[in-house]
Design a protein around this ligand. Structure first.
Ligand code: SF4
Length: 62
């Protein structure tokens, strides 16, 4: 399994994550929020982590 780690201090609320994968990423109060942190498959979350301009997202294997 995989787990998403989001550094909310680095996040600037740009919304790219929510644009790429709106089912799992929402912007609330100018910060990204993850709907589902624990994943069986990385899927589009990998692209989200790669595209985040602030490098606020890491995905680790658990
Ligand atoms: S792409 Fe990165 S910086 Fe932009 S809102 Fe999402 S987590 Fe925050």
């Amino acid at each position: 399994m995989y787990q998403i780690k989001l550094n909310r201090e680095k996040c600037n609320g740009c919304g790219i994550c929510a644009k790429i994968y709106p089912e799992n990423w929402k912007i609330m109060e100018k910060k990204a929020h993850v709907m589902k942190f624990k994943l069986n498959f990385i899927g589009l979350n990998g692209k989200v982590a790669k595209e985040c301009p602030k490098n606020a997202i890491t995905i680790v294997q658990i």
